[in-house]
Design a protein around this ligand. Sequence first.
Ligand SMILES: NC(=O)c1ccc[n+]([C@@H]2O[C@H](COP(=O)([O-])OP(=O)(O)OC[C@H]3O[C@@H](n4cnc5c(N)ncnc54)[C@H](OP(=O)(O)O)[C@@H]3O)[C@@H](O)[C@H]2O)c1
Length: 275
Amino acid sequence: MFHLQKATQVTSADADREGPETLLALAEHYRYPPRPAAGPGAAAPFVRANMVSSIDGAATHDGKSGGLGGPGDKAVFRVLRGLADVVLVGAGTAATEGYRQPQPDDVFADLRKENGQAPAPALALVSRSLSVPPDYPPLSHPDTVVLTCASAPRDRRAALVDAGATLVDCGEDDVESSTLIATCGDRGWPRVLCEGGPSLLGSIIADDLLDEICLTTSPHLAGGHSGRIAVRAGDGDDSDEDAAALRAMTPAAIITDDDGFVFTRWLRHGRSSIH
Ligand SMILES: NC(=O)c1ccc[n+]([C@@H]2O[C@H](COP(=O)([O-])OP(=O)(O)OC[C@H]3O[C@@H](n4cnc5c(N)ncnc54)[C@H](OP(=O)(O)O)[C@@H]3O)[C@@H](O)[C@H]2O)c1
């Protein structure tokens, strides 16, 4: 026996989508699950990802994810940042999408104060090659870290440190996802928001570290050659190893807006929803 349920519609045609009321209503829907006070899960950060795709699974349009977005998607993006302690992103995505340092958002100031959070989330850039331009503005900000590995090129490491960047090694030859996430916890950032890109998300999924994915489905078909929202390094063979990596998730919320965007929240199977 299965029951059909209607998706929640958060915005309406005459509502101000970027208005505080809509944003705070969305924040209720996207609250991080309460952290266990004790036990194995108490110290571990909660890892949420936020991604957008077309109906047919394209992660980009014209080389960027922004081409798939809309006003509702921007509102969800803003809300998720408003709730997070750190935005974790691949250095490539940060550069492609023109990321700036996350700024305090007045709408969420009270909520963050109540939760004992800093006014704005920190920024954690992930890079093995350290090919981030030293003059990339967020680098020298005290709330930005570059998560890399010990074997990263020495000259690039020196150039970034000279530019005022804080580098943290999360492995020897590779950036290990588990160390990446543990580092977020060590730095006092238990609410992790991973904004991709697909390679970073792919490694986090492969290491079974993803607790939740918030996926916006853009009401478009893209066709073309765009990649998916999560990819894994490898030869692309559909091997048994790929099949073993299938992770069960449970829907926690399905929200729509007037433009036809669908916003879904999927929790790791076995984690209870907050609703
Ligand atoms: N649809 C969406 O929601 C969405 C979200 C974000 C991005 N995108 C799009 O995705 C495209 C970029 O894809 P991508 O897969 O190249 O993005 P990515 O995951 O950000 O990877 C880019 C770079 O980040 C670093 N990185 C990622 N995973 C790493 C790991 N496990 N260890 C060490 N470094 C790691 C690497 O930097 P180094 O090369 O320096 O080592 C890598 O080259 C862009 O077109 C972007 O617009 C889409």
